[in-house]
Design a protein around this ligand. Structure first.
Ligand SMILES: Cc1cc2nc3c(=O)[nH]c(=O)nc-3n(C[C@H](O)[C@H](O)[C@H](O)COP(=O)(O)OP(=O)(O)OC[C@H]3O[C@@H](n4cnc5c(N)ncnc54)[C@H](O)[C@@H]3O)c2cc1C
Length: 450
């Protein structure tokens, strides 16, 4: 017998839980949440080992351009959060730390490099005035177009090659939008002549839980959902979905359900894989959904770096592209005089679908020791977590592909949302906004607006 419910949510990460919270709040709907993992939260996962806490979904901080949205998210943490002024660097060649974003840290470079950058920017402005600059068609061309040759080749291109692990011409301009900070010209000039400035300002002040790591946010939301006696199911994986005229049938590893509306926050390729009665075309679209995986390595060790938040590494011979000092976000993330550090290594599944984790861990520790970031021989604890889906790749067919897929499912009352559900590069604030908007929509369709 199928368990019947008006709305079923697939996936209990931040998106799924935000949907559940908002459906209750907007119109009192009580959806069932089905989560495959053994805990809720998806990427927002904090693991404790030997007194160290690691956010094993990668470094997560709370920030937003929209103060109200930020406030709504912080509400779930009650008083359990701390405010930080970002102190973040790029590890530059010749063992120097340059302030992030790079274009605001130019003042820390040698005069000859500052001159190169400034000259380049002036030439760029002149070309723009004369209208002789070719409009960019992809990420690589966009870097040259916006930042000029020097900044692009010194940092942006090597770093992005390391993060994306593919030809940057494969990435469309759809991706750049808000995500790659576009600096005011004034900032670059000031920085080049030696005046410090700040960039990517909506992230300059950020927030982090005092206790419990980023998972504290999930705990805060769960508190509300449990008070509302919501049906939240763990260790239950959706394995089959059948689309019908006015009902969606879902089979999980534990039972069978039917719903009028389904909200899917699970990765789109997985949803398509388990959808039974689809057109061949939908299956063909899966091939267009490009992504990168991520290995996160948590390391408990000793460090003398007590004030930095995170560091980017554009160098090819250093294994990770970013490390974060979680114990500098909150001292409760590690025992006294120890540090909780996470290293992030992005992996292109087309090149490497089953990375050798042991060898990447050894290389990470060696690199951290050689760079002088951790004290040699001081590693006490190691934790690893591999994420198949981490970074959405905005290839040139991204928009068309997702337009087709969302419209297809929408016809059968299956709504897609979330970072992997909608296949978008969304941060927590965006995920929350999308959940609010979709809840309003579903409530109004059901004529239940409060
Ligand atoms: C490295 C990294 C760093 C980030 N840093 C930040 C940051 O600093 N600030 C910020 O705001 N955002 C950050 N983000 C973005 C943030 O992680 C996401 O916006 C958010 O976690 C997405 O939540 P989600 O629920 O959409 O996806 P997920 O967290 O992936 O949740 C999806 C859930 O679906 C479940 N699932 C999958 N398949 C099935 C199935 N068949 N049946 C049932 N359940 C299933 C999964 O187990 C998972 O729990 C970062 C992301 C990454 C990768």
């Amino acid at each position: 017998m199928h368990l019947n419910n008006e709305v079923i949510i697939l996936g209990g990460g931040l998106s799924g839980l935000s949907m559940a919270y908002n459906l209750v709040k907007v119109c009192g709907l009580k959806p069932i949440v089905i989560e495959a993992g053994d805990r809720f939260g998806g990427l927002l996962k904090t693991v404790e080992k030997n007194g160290f806490l690691f956010d094993v979904g990668g470094s997560h901080i709370l920030f937003s351009r929209d103060k109200n949205i930020l406030k709504e998210l912080l509400y779930f943490l009650k008083d359990n959060y701390i405010q930080h002024y970002r102190n973040t660097y790029i590890y530059y060649w010749n063992k120097r730390f340059i302030k992030y974003p790079f274009e605001n840290g130019i003042y820390m470079l040698d005069p000859i490099e500052r001159y190169e950058i400034l000259k380049d920017i002036i030439e760029l402005v002149v070309k723009r005035e004369k209208d002789v600059l070719k409009k960019p068609r992809n990420l690589l061309e966009w870097f040259y177009y916006v930042f000029g040759k020097a900044i692009s080749e010194k940092y942006l291109i090597p770093y992005n090659l390391k993060l994306w692990k593919r030809d940057l011409r494969e990435i469309s301009l759809e991706w750049v939008g808000d995500r790659v900070p576009q600096p005011p010209l004034d900032d670059i000039i000031k920085s080049a002549v030696g005046i410090p400035t700040e960039g990517y300002k909506h992230q300059l002040i950020f927030y982090y839980p005092i206790r419990g790591g980023i998972y504290a946010l999930i705990e805060g939301i769960l508190d509300h959902l449990l008070k509302d006696s919501l049906d939240l199911r763990l260790k239950e994986k959706a394995v089959s979905i059948t689309l019908d005229e006015d009902r969606v049938f879902i089979e999980t590893t534990k039972g069978e359900y039917k719903a009028r509306y389904v909200v899917s926050t699970i990765p789109v390729p997985e949803l398509i894989k388990i959808t039974r009665n689809t057109e061949g075309e939908l299956k063909r679209y899966v091939r267009e959904l490009d992504y990168n995986s991520l290995l996160v390595i948590g390391i408990g060790a000793k460090t003398s770096i007590k004030n930095m938040h995170w560091i980017y590494f554009p160098q090819e011979d250093i294994v990770f592209h970013r490390i974060a000092f979680l114990s500098n976000y909150s001292p409760y993330m590690a025992p006294q005089d120890r540090a909780s550090i996470i290293a992030e290594i992005s992996i292109n599944p087309r090149e490497n679908s089953s990375p050798n984790i042991n060898s990447l861990v050894s290389k990470t520790i060696n690199d951290l020791e050689d760079l002088g970031i951790i004290e040699r021989g001081s590693v006490e604890t190691i934790v690893t977590q591999f994420w198949k889906y981490a970074y959405i790749v905005y290839n040139h067919s991204h928009r068309k592909t997702m337009k087709y897929i969302t419209a297809y499912y929408r016809r059968y009352n299956v709504f897609l949302t979330g970072r992997f559900g909608l296949w978008e590069y969304s941060n927590m604030d965006k995920v929350w906004v999308m959940a609010k908007e979709l809840s309003n929509k579903i409530c109004s369709i059901l004529n239940k607006v409060a």
